[in-house]
Design a protein around this ligand. Structure first.
Ligand SMILES: Nc1ncnc2c1ncn2[C@@H]1O[C@H](COP(=O)(O)OP(=O)(O)O)[C@@H](O)[C@H]1O
Ligand SMILES: [Mg+2]
Length: 151
């Protein structure tokens, strides 16, 4: 499997990259985000949202698993960290195959419910406080193509 790395020095660089990626996204795209608390999953999602033309502020409310935003394409933002039963089907399939872009924070927690093809994005702290390492692993032809376009 191919993989692509990116280091950002601060949140602005993360947002700028996410903005650029957002321009290439298509209906039905799924991004699976991994990384510890504070890694930058929501910050990255905010950049994608902005790039999709979402006007509302994207946040991580404690008790909402799925939030929907309107932009050039709809954005379905999921944070499954607090799901009690990770096999519970909250209708994920309809989002994944819907007309929008889906971003799942802590995606591995619902591994059995994820679509076969997706873009896996793993974020970790890197050297100093505001540096982050992003590793992108495309699974499936669509995401291989997407990565070739952006890297
Ligand atoms: N390079 C960076 N990219 C993204 N966020 C960063 C970066 N440097 C510092 N931060 C900060 O790290 C925190 C990331 O928080 P958040 O995106 O909510 O993480 P997560 O959703 O992974 O728990 C934010 O406070 C953000 O300002
Ligand atoms: Mg988050």
């Amino acid at each position: 499997m191919s993989s692509y790395e990116l280091i950002t020095k601060n949140e602005e660089e993360t947002a700028a990259f996410a903005n650029r990626l957002a321009e290439k996204l298509m209906p039905g795209d799924v991004l699976a985000l991994e990384g510890d608390l504070g890694a930058g999953k929501t910050a990255f999602t905010r950049g994608i949202a902005k790039g999709l033309g979402v006007k509302r502020n994207v946040n991580s409310p404690t008790f909402t698993i799925i939030k929907e935003y309107q932009g050039r394409l709809p954005l379905y933002h999921m944070d499954v960290y607090r799901m009690e039963d990770q096999d519970e089907d909250l209708g994920f399939e309809e989002y994944f195959s819907g007309g929008g872009v889906t971003i799942v924070e802590w995606a591995h927690l619902i591994e059995s419910q994820l679509p076969p093809d997706l873009l896996l994005v793993t974020i970790s702290h890197h050297t100093d406080l505001n540096a982050r390492k992003f590793v992108f692993k495309p699974v499936g032809a669509r995401y291989e193509e997407l990565c070739k376009e952006i890297f």
